[in-house]
Design a protein around this ligand. Structure first.
Ligand code: DX5
Ligand code: ZN
Length: 249
């Protein structure tokens, strides 16, 4: 079964709480929260209060997707708000390996996002430092954009790099995901489907989540390697870091 991460950018903002609760009850695995700064992308979206408040009503891991420049500036406020997973766009950060290790040292899962116009080849050098990869199938900035078909090939390339290095982290696809594309993405090797408008724009949020969750990898042998790093946050690990406490700063 595919793992499903629901992107709240696709919600009716007057009903975010109830729509997230419905997605959780339907079996969603992760809540995806896009954070935009009006600089890296022209749009603005959510701040740390959204993470803090959603954690009151939802037990799923909160995956924060930074679509902003200088992620180091914003890290601490989302750490304090209770983010479980922080992903930033590689091209928005001057020293991505450093940033990844700041996130991990704080006890959170660290993800790297790669935009649709960028190659996955740098993944080879970042893999030892990451807990997850987001391959974007739209340019960051908005929900409901046209899907870039090139992502299928990028999933396979990312999977090949993981096979070569022996480090398998979950691959998420973000942007324009629906049931039909989800089926192809899962067969190509995607582990997590991130979906906003397909889920929250559906007549039935429950039906849409369950349709994505029910997708299975085609039996074509493309992907059979077990992950070496888990999709999910291990809460037992979250309180430990090199200094023996959970505080970063
Ligand atoms: C784009 C965001 C996506 C977006 C996906 O900037 O990173 O997470 O919410 O929305 P859909 O599924 O509508 O393309
Ligand atoms: Zn996103």
């Amino acid at each position: 079964m595919a793992n499903v991460s629901v992107s709240i950018l696709g919600c009716d903002f007057t009903k975010i709480g109830e729509q997230v609760s419905e997605a959780e009850a339907a079996g969603a695995d992760i809540i995806h929260i896009d954070v935009m700064d009006g600089v890296y992308v022209e749009n603005l979206s959510f701040g740390p209060q959204m993470v803090r408040d959603l954690k009151k009503i939802c037990r799923l891991p909160m995956s924060v997707h930074f679509e902003l420049v200088r992620p180091e500036t914003y890290f601490k406020m989302f750490y304090d708000a209770g983010a479980d997973y922080i992903t930033f766009q590689m091209d928005a950060c001057w020293n991505p390996l450093h940033m990844l290790n700041v996130i991990k040292k704080a006890g959170l899962k660290a993800g790297l996002g790669i935009g649709p116009a960028y190659s996955v080849e740098p993944l080879r050098y970042a893999l030892p430092h990451i807990d997850g990869l987001i391959l974007m199938s739209v340019e960051p900035g908005y929900g409901g954009q046209a899907f870039e078909d090139t992502v299928y090939d990028k999933v396979r390339r990312a999977r090949k790099i993981m096979d070569e290095t022996g480090i398998h982290v979950p691959i998420s696809i973000d942007g324009g995901v629906n049931e039909e594309r989800g089926r192809r993405l899962v067969s190509a090797g995607a582990d997590i489907l991130i979906a906003g408008s397909y889920v929250f724009g559906a007549d039935s949020i429950t039906g849409a989540v369950q349709a994505l969750k029910g997708l299975k990898r085609a039996p074509d042998g493309i992907w059979e390697k077990p992950l070496t790093k888990s999709v999910f946050v291990d809460y037992n690990d979250m309180v430990k870091n090199d200094d023996g406490d959970s505080k970063m700063f």
